[in-house]
Design a protein around this ligand. Structure first.
Ligand code: T5A
Length: 204
């Protein structure tokens, strides 16, 4: 039996991360009898919910303040939620993590990517996911799927196109960790592709 495992889910807006995480959570419990922790960034727990509210619901957040809020949320989340769960031998499924900062604040907003990688390493105490599922989707399709658009969801289409390209670039740089899923297909197809990979990894 595989010990604890840290898995992250990334992609543009409305790619279907939450939907996929729910499906994988159920299958991990039913088919492998594993204890699963589902969590997200930003917004886990009381601390995270308050940061999420500032980040996504206020109209005015400067770029540097935005970065530090995402990092503060992550630092707290890693120490209080993710590390304890991994220490208990659980499987952690996390909706967005370090790659969202590199992509949204770096590739899309234009902040220095080397600096962002260092800040992520500091915030997470160098905790890296073993697997990252990238749900790749044309932002024009993803944005239509989103019911409520928050402050970042309302950014212009060009911003979201940079986000998509940024994620694909990051996946190119780290092919061992990233599994790219075609998220434009119906949800069962996306789930099956992710499950085939994950079940195989758990059996090995
Ligand atoms: N951010 C985050 C940063 O800028 N820097 C950072 O460091 C971090 C951590 C987070 C925002 O913050 C930014 C990125 C984001 O802009 P969020 O609420 O977490 O905000 O935003 P999203 O992650 O984009 O959340 P969404 O809920 O919009 O997208 P999901 O979770 O990818 O999609 P999901 O599963 O909720 O599905 C959306 C809709 O599509 C349907 C679902 O039923 C649902 O209605 N759907 C499908 N429809 C057709 N085909 C499929 N395959 C479908 N899969 C789902």
């Amino acid at each position: 039996m595989c010990p604890s495992m840290f898995i992250t889910f990334e992609g543009p807006e409305g790619a279907g991360k939450t939907t996929l995480i729910r499906a994988l959570e159920n299958r991990l419990r039913d088919e492998f009898e594993r204890v699963v922790l589902v969590t997200r960034e930003p917004g886990e727990g009381h601390f995270g919910r308050q940061i999420r509210e500032i980040l996504l619901q206020q109209e005015e957040v400067t770029d540097r303040a935005e970065l530090f809020l995402f990092l503060a949320d992550r630092a707290h989340h890693v120490e209080t939620v993710i590390k304890p769960s991994l220490a208990r031998g659980e499987i952690v499924l996390c909706d967005r993590y370090v790659d969202s900062t590199v992509v949204y604040q770096g590739h899309a907003r234009g902040m220095d990517i080397g600096f962002l990688r260092n800040m992520n390493a500091f915030a997470t105490d160098k905790l890296r996911p073993e697997i990252t599922f990238l749900l790749d989707i044309d932002p024009e399709i993803g944005l239509v799927r989103q019911v409520d658009r928050d402050r970042l969801g309302r950014m212009p289409l060009e911003f979201h196109q940079r986000v998509r390209r940024g994620f694909l670039r990051e996946a190119d740089l780290d092919p061992e960790r990233f599994i790219i899923l075609d998220a434009e297909r119906p949800a069962p197809g996306v789930e099956e592709q992710a499950w085939m990979f994950l079940a195989e990894r758990l059996r090995s």
